[in-house]
Design a protein around this ligand. Structure first.
Ligand code: CA
Ligand code: CA
Ligand code: CA
Length: 183
């Protein structure tokens, strides 16, 4: 019984207490590797958006990390005036899930990912000349080397989080336990 109670409490906390609505984040150096990534938070139900403000100059790369409480669909896009930026999305294990150079307007990168599993992920923003599309499905991470761009950027992360079946099952179990305890 005690064990069940603990699980119910944890499930409730995951749904109701994590930041999710949205916000604004300013990058902080040194964020030049996954290990030193700026943490932009835990994303939870129902979703929202975060705007990151940052700056890269020649040789700089900016890494950000976030975690998903449940399966989510995400949209990443960078906006800037001049320069040519690129972006990678990387798993916690260091594998490149997605890369983009110019899918948005002009030289701006944009990436959409459907049904990303719960867990931690990384976003790398760098300049054209660093890594390329061939980095997808490898562990070749942006390191800032090889680019000469100077870019003042806004990186927008939009997300819609869908409760995973396991989370729904936990909540359902919580309801059953509560009913039993009232008897
Ligand atoms: Ca920077
Ligand atoms: Ca940096
Ligand atoms: Ca680009």
């Amino acid at each position: 019984m005690m064990f069940t109670k603990t699980i119910v409490t944890a499930a409730f906390a995951a749904v109701s207490c994590s930041a999710s609505a949205g916000g604004f984040f300013i990058e902080s150096e040194d964020n030049n590797s996954m290990a030193n990534a700026n943490d932009i938070g835990m994303f939870d139900i129902p979703g929202g958006s975060i705007a990151i403000e940052g700056l890269i100059s020649e040789g700089d790369v900016d890494w950000f990390t976030f975690s998903l409480s449940n399966t989510a669909s995400l949209s990443f896009f960078a906006a800037f005036g001049t320069g040519d930026g690129i972006m990678q999305i990387v798993s916690a294990g260091g594998d490149v899930i997605a890369f983009d150079d110019d899918s948005s307007v002009g030289f701006m990168p944009a990436i959409q990912i459907d049904s990303l599993s719960a867990g931690s992920y990384y976003i790398g923003f760098s300049g054209f000349g660093d890594v390329g599309a061939s980095s997808v499905d490898t562990d070749e991470l942006a390191d800032g080397l090889g680019h000469m761009e100077s870019i003042a950027y806004k990186l927008n992360v939009g997300f819609s989080v869908v409760p995973a079946p396991s989370a729904m099952a936990l909540l359902g179990m919580g309801g059953m336990v509560a009913t039993r305890r009232r008897r």
